[in-house]
Design a protein around this ligand. Sequence first.
Ligand code: ADP
Ligand code: ADP
Length: 223
Amino acid sequence: MIVKAQQIGKIYRNGPLRVEALRDLSLEIAEGEIIALMGPSGCGKTTLLNCLSGLDTIDAGDIYIRGDNLRDLSERERTNYRAQHMGFIFQDFNLLPVLSAIENVELPLLVTKVPRKQARQRAMEMLATVGLSARARHRPAELSGGQRQRVTIARALVNNPDLVWADEPTGNLDSETAGEIMDLLLQLNHERHQTFVIVTHAQEIGMLAHRVIHMRDGKITFL
Ligand code: ADP
Ligand code: ADP
């Protein structure tokens, strides 16, 4: 199992207010799976993604990534682990507006100290994989929504991560473009055997995923 969560709990505390966002939740994700995480707004999908990826901490239970308990890693070790083994795709793109597509894509490589020339070459290959070679010099504002999301995906995957977390990756896109993005994720999963966990409201993504996990009120529900 690449990811294993055992009876995890997460509580947000804002002064006297407590929100139990995850309750006694357990799940296992096998290597190479594409999981769609679905459920009503506020049920805890984003929280689960943040906790499983180690971006946020849990209040109860254990999370294991490839057998390593996240609890045993320091903040710094978790950050390094994410940089080396995980990719993140968010809905609002998070691209740096002053950088071109190619510069955005090579950023994670430069951060992990890949030499400049090699980084440029790998970023170009990754842009080609997502079908955007012709737009390498364009800034995000000069690209369509679907093109921007392809840049985001290229940036998330350029380090060849084992595990990719995506939060509403097609949320801002029309259904045709969303279908193209999902086809791209399926192709990458097939070629590289990467594991994808995708938070989504889109039925078409749920239908294409290997497995759908439904959530409600901080728990997994079984239909
Ligand atoms: P989803 O992604 O399914 O829409 P979230 O994981 O974002 O759900 O939220 C789960 C619950 O936790 C919701 O009730 C939400 O209001 C609450 N929540 C999320 N983030 C915070 C936060 N930073 N502080 C307090 N409550 C939060
Ligand atoms: P979603 O994951 O559904 O796309 P968000 O993660 O932005 O949306 O927020 C999910 C829910 O968490 C919303 O209901 C929002 O009001 C709530 N939320 C997010 N951050 C906070 C916070 N800091 N304090 C309280 N509630 C929050």
